[in-house]
Design a protein. Structure first.
Length: 163
């Protein structure tokens, strides 16, 4: 969200359970949101947006990390299960639907014995950071295509194997 905020000139500010900002991108009103809850309670932030803006699940584009994808790979889907991701499980529970667009950003699996939590909360190496930055740039491009041309075009352009 920080990258999108800088790219699109959308100022982020703290509000209740989220850090958010509003702007116009690709001719559409957007609200960038980072939950300030624990990841397992991300649905609380979704509920806040529903209450504040009256949005439906069709208005959401959720971006989150995914250990089941290699580092740097992104996958865009119009809907789906949480697939073990507790943050998505929380959002799906609040929306009472699996129908919400999402971009899964691959972070890979830990290569050491640090465990999943230590890996997700840890730091990337310099080499990994370069891959992550390229994937962040691709995610920003994909969100722009999603806003301008829809989910199908975003999937067609960004679900290739390259990272």
């Amino acid at each position: 969200m920080d990258h999108l905020s800088r790219l699109w000139g959308v100022r982020l500010y703290r509000r209740n359970l989220v850090t958010m900002g509003q702007g116009i991108v690709a001719g559409q009103e957007v609200v960038l949101v980072k939950p300030r809850t624990f990841m397992n309670n991300s649905g609380v932030a979704a509920q806040y947006l529903i209450s504040r803006f009256g949005v439906s699940q069709d208005d959401f584009m959720i971006i989150y990390d995914e250990m089941d994808l290699p580092l740097g790979r992104i996958r865009i889907r119009p809907e789906g299960s949480a697939a073990g991701h507790n943050g998505m499980r929380s959002i799906i529970s609040v929306l009472d639907s699996q129908r919400c667009a999402r971009i899964r950003v691959g972070i890979g699996r830990p290569h050491t014995s640090q465990g999943d939590i230590g890996y997700v909360l840890g730091s990337f190496t310099k080499q990994e950071n370069d891959v992550v930055q390229r994937s962040v740039d691709r995610v920003a491009q994909a969100v722009g295509v999603f806003l301008a041309d829809g989910i199908n075009e975003a999937m067609n352009q960004f679900n290739q194997e390259s990272s």
